[in-house]
Design a protein around this ligand. Structure first.
Ligand SMILES: NC(=O)c1ccc[n+]([C@@H]2O[C@H](COP(=O)([O-])OP(=O)(O)OC[C@H]3O[C@@H](n4cnc5c(N)ncnc54)[C@H](O)[C@@H]3O)[C@@H](O)[C@H]2O)c1
Ligand SMILES: [Fe+2]
Length: 387
């Protein structure tokens, strides 16, 4: 029998160079009654003048704009609740998030907290948000998490040494502006780690147990765009073509993961972020080749497919082609200078068991992985990163 699959994403997506300048013309997509807006961002985006572009356009429309720059990288539940209690009484008509995944996720959660009388912990998990939040507009500045089109938001829980996802259709925005110009000034290391994260969203969606024709389409196109441009974006950040390919690759990666879900790479990365503050894209990139090697015997056919968008010669036996795919992933992490040793982050041999137990609890993602991982398997993978 035909499998049933579903897909839901942002209401409106406007993409292309300078699309941020269309905010004024498109704010009407939210409704006629927008009088006050809160921009959620961080200092780097404010310093780059992105907030001014928003404020100028909305002020011209007579809309009042406030700005909050308190979002922390890889936000904790507490940090988001602190912002929430600060803004609660202002009753904004729209929240605009402009930044990387940390800002976008913070904005999405703040919006639902506005209309739901819950703590964050009460609504972590799948479909626990009861009511739609304040409408949001999301503008990514990394390429990236794809958070602008996913129904997910990830928070760090330092007390549980873990990151946990909130999944709800009410986290989806009303409007997304995807403007590659905003990523031109991304520092090299962030271009590298966030770009790898985007690729991993697509690769994991493609090998996910929940992969389906919709996720496959977005994943394959995303991997093609990113494979063609990740090194160029890293080495020549001013290349607008490379930046455009990367931000579209990230957008499609978000679509793919919405349709199919990520898997063991992301599950094993969560405790590294939660306990040792390793940035999301870095943790994922470190784990990627090792998790794919573990999965290998179950995914040879899928990796053979992936060789095509990656531009890898497929004129070899399928297992050799699959090995070449993993080899290319290793090459990228070297060229992009992404750390490969957990010791650099203070992880010790005696931490590995605890990390593995924490990762084994990320069942939402481990369930998508094509091969089952026990605690010992997870420990073996982490140990490969202790050099
Ligand atoms: N919701 C989802 O579907 C989803 C998917 C993947 C990851 N995530 C989450 O997203 C977060 C990571 O997001 P990220 O990887 O985008 O990193 P980030 O948002 O933490 O940004 C990294 C750094 O880059 C800076 N920055 C962002 N854009 C910039 C720009 N254009 N120029 C200069 N500096 C800039 C930020 O201020 C920050 O210091 C994690 O918490 C992760 O768990 C969410
Ligand atoms: Fe990710």
């Amino acid at each position: 029998m035909q499998k049933i699959y579903k897909f839901q994403t942002a209401d409106n997506i406007i993409a292309g160079q300078n699309s941020i300048e269309t905010l004024k013309d498109n704010i009407g997509l939210i409704g006629d009654e927008v009088k006050s807006v809160l921009v959620i961002t961080q200092k780097p985006m404010q310093d780059l003048g992105f907030v001014d572009i928003i404020t100028r356009q909305l002020n011209e429309k007579g809309i009042k704009v406030d700005v909050n720059i308190d979002t922390i990288p890889e936000p904790t539940a507490q940090s988001i609740e602190d912002i929430s209690s600060k803004i609660k009484k202002a009753h904004y008509d729209v929240l605009i998030g402009i930044g990387g995944g940390s800002v976008l996720d913070t904005t999405k959660i703040l919006a639902v907290l506005e209309k739901n009388d819950n703590t964050i912990k009460e609504i972590l998990g799948t479909d626990l948000v009861k009511y739609p939040g304040t409408p949001t507009i999301l503008i990514p500045t990394t390429a990236g998490t794809g958070s602008e089109v996913t129904p997910n938001a990830i928070v760090t829980l330092p007390e549980e040494q873990l990151k946990i996802g909130m999944v709800s259709r009410y986290l989806l925005p009303k409007l997304v502006l995807v403007d590659p110009n905003l990523t031109v000034g991304l520092p090299k290391a962030i271009t590298a780690s966030t770009g790898m994260d985007a690729f991993i969203h697509s690769l994991e969606s493609y090998i996910s147990n929940k992969a389906n024709p919709i996720s496959d389409m977005f994943a394959m196109r995303s991997m093609k765009l990113i494979s063609s441009s990740i090194v160029e974006a890293y080495e020549n950040g001013k290349s607008i073509k490379a930046r455009e390919n990367m931000i579209l690759g990230s957008l499609y990666g978000g679509m793919a993961l919405t349709a199919a879900g990520t898997a063991a790479v992301h599950a094993l990365a969560y405790p590294l972020g939660g306990s040792f503050k390793i940035a999301h894209g870095v943790a994922n990139s470190m784990l990627l080749p090792h998790v794919m090697e573990f999965n290998m015997d179950c995914i040879i056919d899928r990796l053979y497919d992936v060789a095509e968008p990656m531009g890898i010669d497929r004129n070899l036996p399928a297992n050799k082609v699959a090995e070449k795919v993993i080899e290319r992933l290793r090459e990228w992490t070297k060229i992009l200078e992404i750390p490969q040793n957990l010791k650099e982050y203070g992880v010790k041999k005696e931490d590995i068991h605890g990390l593995a137990v924490a990762a084994s609890k990320v069942t939402r993602l481990l369930g998508n992985n094509p091969k089952k991982l026990g605690i010992q398997d997870i420990e073996n993978i982490y140990n490969k990163l202790l050099k």
